[in-house]
Design a protein around this ligand. Structure first.
Ligand code: ACO
Length: 317
């Protein structure tokens, strides 16, 4: 597959660190030093489906297609207002496409998993033009009185359209069932027969454990992919990494012995937007004229599960 169009949508509400200081025992210096985040964009009056639709329509237009040309939609999403139907079904109706749709929940690694699935589907000849949308609202998963979590996240939607071509060089997906360091459990409806204890609560994260696992697993994936592709670290134009924390990105840059110019970022003004972070950044690079035909881009993400997804693509647009 190759990427032929990109799009993104941000919520209108910008929440600065100073705004958080008004109701949390926190400060700009702590947040910036520990995370690199200065502000985040969070959903207020809009709905996640509106952002997903906007990003999708922009990606389709950028690809020079219409929604009728899309023959499969993959939506990466952890939570939205709907448990069912899937966000992909809602987006399909909103953009006026007629095709099969599927949602996947691979936490922050979801966009790379979706690209890998799209690559398989195109290789098998089952689809021509696939819309991949990653739309996330992690701001709705955290307790906004918990300073250790709510400062980290932002919302948004990024989309790409992929079609037949030679853009995917290699990919690597991993899953290691490790459910105790990052989770969000919701209560379901009660029934007359439920006797077990229910324990729905806002998101829980063991930050130090996730930090360590993220740096190690992402570095391992990057090394494996570079070896597989026969590339040196500096052969990659940009490392488009999951935007969870600037310190994680800097640790990976140090490990690769590359300067930060290889590591574009949006975590400083978007916060951690889960699986939307990579396509948001990709669209920003593409629309900002930073990508040239032939550039190699390495994407690497990690998330709850514990899951990781990484791939090297060639920019062919
Ligand atoms: N403002 C001020 N103080 C704070 C805040 C805050 N917002 N949050 C926590 N603190 C305090 C703590 O209470 C603690 O105080 P204490 O020493 O008196 O107990 C102190 O700061 C240190 O807290 P730590 O949790 O040890 O801070 P740490 O340096 O580990 O940084 C952080 C925390 C930023 C969460 C870090 O561990 C991290 O980035 N982890 C990775 C998170 C991540 O990548 N998550 C995403 C992965 S998956 C996904 O994207 C959903």
């Amino acid at each position: 597959m190759r990427i032929i169009g990109t799009g993104r949508a941000h919520p209108s509400k910008i929440v600065t660190n100073a705004m958080l200081e008004q109701f949390l025992d926190t400060n700009d210096e702590w947040i910036k030093t520990r995370t690199g985040i200065a502000e985040r964009r969070v959903i207020s009056s809009e709905k996640l489906e509106d952002l997903a639709t906007e990003a999708a329509l922009k990606a389709i237009a950028d690809a020079g297609l219409t929604p009728k040309d899309i023959d499969y939609i993959i939506c990466s999403n952890v939570v939205s207002e709907y448990i069912t139907p899937g966000l992909s079904c809602i987006v399909q109706g909103a953009i006026g496409a007629r095709c099969a749709c599927v949602d996947i929940n691979v936490a922050c690694s979801g966009f790379v998993y979706a690209l890998d699935m799209a690559d398989d589907r195109i290789k098998s000849g089952k689809a021509q033009n696939i819309l991949v949308v990653a739309a996330e609202e992690p701001s709705r998963m955290v307790d906004w009185s918990d300073r250790s979590l709510c400062v980290l996240f932002g919302d948004g939607a990024g989309a790409v359209v992929v079609s037949h071509g030679e853009g995917m060089i290699c990919s690597r997906l991993t899953t290691e069932s490790k459910t105790d360091c990052l989770y969000y459990v919701r209560n379901l409806e009660p029934t007359p027969y439920i006797t077990k204890e229910e324990y729905g609560a806002p998101m829980y994260m063991n930050g130090k454990e996730v930090f360590k696992t993220a740096v190690l697993s992402s570095s391992r994936d990057i090394k494996r992919l570079l070896d597989k592709a026969g590339l040196h670290p500096a052969d990659i134009k940009y490392y488009v990494l999951h935007q969870a924390n600037m310190r994680i990105i800097e640790a990976i840059a140090n490990w690769l012995k590359l300067d930060m110019s290889y590591f574009p970022h949006n975590v400083d003004y978007c916060g951690n937007t889960s699986s939307a972070s990579i396509p948001l950044l990709l669209d920003e690079l593409a629309k900002g004229g930073k990508l040239q035909k032939g550039d190699k881009i390495l994407m690497s993400a990690f998330g709850a599960g514990f899951t990781t997804g990484a791939c090297i693509i060639e920019w062919t647009k």
